[in-house]
Design a protein. Structure first.
Length: 70
């Protein structure tokens, strides 16, 4: 595939793979942190913008209901 025809997701993944190959110890540290704390970009990256918006709206609505009840 020509680089000009790459989708943004494919380009991000290709660049990430190149970085992983070039910096193995940094990658190890990142993996340990991500395993311990999670990564929001991994969660949102797999979802579309509509699903992300729905999740945010549900969190806001839940917070408002929580504050009204307690």
């Amino acid at each position: 595939m020509d680089f000009r025809e790459e989708t943004p997701e494919a380009k991000r993944e290709r660049l990430r793979q190149e970085e992983l190959k070039g910096n193995p110890m940094g990658t190890f540290g990142d993996g340990m942190n991500r395993a311990q704390f999670g990564s929001l970009s991994d969660l949102v990256g797999g979802l579309g913008w509509k699903v992300s918006g729905i999740i945010i709206m549900l969190l806001v609505i839940g917070y408002v209901i929580y504050k009204l009840v307690f």
